[in-house]
Design a protein around this ligand. Structure first.
Ligand code: UDP
Length: 235
């Protein structure tokens, strides 16, 4: 399958059309941004790590009964995926307080939550991706009630599958962001990526941050950490 035309360039990926209207090719870049694009940089070979890791995890998620866009890895940085219309929602699940949850609710980072918390943000860079509840999603017509129920069910399943998988690799899944899309027939599937860019992962033994927070917070060993996470995921 060949790339035909660049459809979209995002912060971390490019998306291309193919000869088949139902299939796209995603190409992962090394570009990194944080704080609504205010901080910019590159993380060498991040594109390779994120592409490979995402595909391994999407295959697992698919096995667990949640459909995903993953079709086939084409190269280090490129993957053939199902074409979807993305819901303009960031679906975040949190198991342990960190990041914006900690600052918003005044809870120390690392505090375990009584139960996983799912939250939605409106994917609107111009508005700073505001937090929204189900009513807001429905009022704006971003999804139907049935679609929201499916998204919630799938997101919690993804949390269970990934949480167990990472724990086996010596990593605690603190929180993560996923995105869902719709096929032309309306089927909802998991799309976008799952990687150290989109998950918070802490080493089980040392609580060391093994994710994009190393870049966001200038903690050093950024490239090494991405490689280490990939190595663990591959084992
Ligand atoms: N996240 C993401 N993209 C975003 C915002 C958040 O992938 O645009 C991920 C982030 O890596 C973390 C989780 O979602 O794993 C929760 O992030 P939070 O709301 O705490 O915001 P952050 O502090 O990461 O900006």
């Amino acid at each position: 399958m060949e790339k035909v035309k660049e459809l979209y360039e995002g912060k971390a990926k490019k998306v291309y059309t193919t000869d088949d209207p139902e299939l796209y090719i995603v190409s992962y870049k090394d570009d990194a941004t944080a704080f609504d694009g205010q901080k910019k940089g590159t993380i060498a070979d991040k594109g390779i790590v994120n592409n490979t890791m995402s595909n391994i995890i999407f295959a697992l998620i698919e096995e667990a009964g949640v459909p995903t866009h993953f079709v086939k890895q084409l190269s280090d940085r490129e993957t053939l995926v199902k074409a979807v219309t993305i819901f303009p929602l960031e679906v975040i699940i949190r198991n342990v307080a960190a990041g914006h949850f900690s600052s918003r609710y005044g809870v120390d980072e690392g505090t375990p939550l009584a139960r996983p918390a799912l939250e939605f943000s409106y994917k609107r860079d111009d508005l700073g991706d505001p937090l929204m509840n189900d009513d807001h999603v429905l009022a704006l017509g971003l999804a139907t009630e049935a679609e929201l129920a499916t998204v919630r069910k799938y997101a919690h399943k993804v949390n269970e599958v990934m949480g167990a998988f990472f724990l086996d690799k010596g990593l605690k899944l603190i929180d993560f962001k996923i995105e869902f899309g719709k096929l032309s027939d309306g089927t909802i599937i998991l799309a976008d990526e799952v990687s150290p860019d989109t998950c918070r992962l802490w080493d089980v033994e040392t609580n060391e941050k093994m994710d994009k927070d190393r870049f966001r917070r200038d903690l050093g060993k950024v490239e090494e950490t991405y490689q280490e996470v990939l190595n663990r995921v591959k084992k």
